[in-house]
Design a binder for this molecule. Structure first.
Ligand SMILES: *Cc1c(COP(=O)(O)O)cnc(C)c1O
Length: 424
């Protein structure tokens, strides 16, 4: 039956697929898939699937590359605040802390995780539109001086922070998150920089808030921030946003300590992204040039730059390892049913995101098949009409590029267990 769907394809098909611009822990040798130099089938032998598999070596590579690129481009005392929501595994955080990373958090839960990993509160920025009184109080009181910055997303939030700081007899360090009104070219669910989005403040509202003295008795403005979206592959919107934040910074009468340029740099999930991706080096150079042009060349006061990268730091270091449960044929459709589902990795179902699915054993002979999970939802599908070998029950596959927004978005939907995370 499966023959119906069979066709032959160049033996180098998988090696071509694997030719990522960005370094990855995966590699085929003699048709066997290796992860960080170890055979995947050996790694998976005694583990229950599905599970997440991470490479510390790859994690270190991306953090180092990113932070060094900022220094190489002569940005003034850059601070990398890794965005925890991409992956908040404690060993990931411990490794990043060791390399000097700060943290971008969006909840008190993430803040506690960052502190537990030993990250200095003075390297932590707190973003998000819904910070509660309880969260603000905790962030204000952690460490000797509280966190480095509350990235404020509304006037109401500023007012509340000021009130709480007054009660606690503290001074809260705040930055305004500017909504720069740019449209980042990315999926609509992960674009954040337009005025129809809930994020950030419009320039006019920031200027007005600066004049309201009652909001500033126990707060001090230390920075401005932007974050225009995620999985950005082109830099036009980023440059425009830097122009906007620079104009605002130059127009207000405050000696800012920092400009926070957010996160958002994308990785190569698809073949198309492989060809048009912005590399870390190009990104940093573009950022440095834009800052020079729109800001630093116009003033003697050059605040430091904060970055909030998430995906680019952890996206490539992880895969989701799964086994085939069975295959199924329905008229002209062939299904490969695996034991990982949308509850383990929701990106395909939520953002129509593409993830490469790779067999542990490559073969010359391929079929076209839909890779689906066990969840009772039609959107529980990792890929349609993918070219894969005809697999059978127990065979291993990996879902590539699952280090970011994988485990952190996992749920127990359908009463499934949360997949365990391992390092090689
Ligand atoms: C999600 C988020 C980030 C990280 O985005 P990536 O695309 O993973 O780099 C940074 N800053 C803020 C405010 C965010 O919400």
């Amino acid at each position: 039956m499966a023959l119906l769907f069979s066709f032959f394809i160049d033996v180098f098909f998988y090696n071509t697929l694997m030719k990522n611009i960005l370094p990855s822990p995966l590699e085929y040798k003699n048709n066997n898939l290796y992860f960080d130099g170890k055979r995947l089938d050996a790694i998976a032998a005694k583990k229950r699937t599905p599970f997440y598999l991470y490479s510390k070596k790859t994690l270190r590579h991306y953090y180092e590359h990113f932070s060094k690129a900022a220094v190489k481009n002569n940005l003034p005392s850059p601070l990398v605040c890794y965005a925890l929501k991409a992956n908040s595994n404690k060993d990931v955080l411990a490794q990043l802390k060791k390399m000097g990373s700060g943290a971008d958090v969006v909840s008190v839960g993430e803040l506690k995780k960052a502190l537990k990993a030993g990250i200095d509160p003075q390297k932590i920025v707190f973003s998000g539109v819904a910070k509660t009184a309880e969260e603000i109080r905790f962030a204000l009181k952690c460490g000797k001086k509280g966190i480095y910055s509350f990235n404020v997303e509304s006037i109401e939030e500023l007012q509340l922070i000021n009130e709480i700081a007054k009660k606690e007899k503290r001074i809260a360090r705040v930055a305004f998150r500017l909504n720069p009104q740019v449209s980042a070219k990315t999926h609509k669910h992960i674009s954040t920089g337009n005025k129809t989005h809930k994020f950030g403040l419009l320039k006019a509202d920031i200027v007005e808030a600066l004049e309201a003295r009652e909001f500033w008795t126990n707060t001090t403005l230390v920075g401005l921030s932007i974050h225009i979206g995620s999985q950005l592959t082109e830099m036009k919107a980023t440059v425009k946003a830097i122009e906007e934040i620079s104009k605002l910074a130059l127009s207000i009468d405050v000696a800012l300590e920092f400009l926070d340029l957010g996160g958002g740099l994308g990785i190569d999930y698809t073949a198309e992204e492989k060809s048009k991706l912005t590399s870390i080096d190009t990104y940093m150079k573009t950022v440095a040039d834009a800052l020079e042009k729109y800001y630093y060349s116009k003033t003697d006061h050059c605040p430091r730059v904060v970055f909030e990268p998430g995906r680019i730091i952890v996206g490539k270091m992880g895969v989701l390892v799964s086994r085939v449960v069975r295959t199924k044929v329905s008229d002209s459709n062939h299904f490969t049913i695996i034991d990982a589902g949308m509850n383990d990795l929701i990106r395909p179902a939520l953002y129509e995101a593409y993830h490469e699915v790779l067999p542990a054993q490559a073969s010359k002979k391929l079929i076209k098949t839909d890779i689906v999970g066990p969840i009772c939802e039609t959107s529980d599908c990792f890929g349609s009409k993918r070219k894969l070998p005809a697999l059978s029950a127990g065979d291993l596959v990996v879902i590539d590029n699952a280090g970011a927004y994988g485990q952190t978005m996992a749920s127990s939907y359908n009463e499934r267990e949360i997949a365990t995370e391992y390092f090689v």
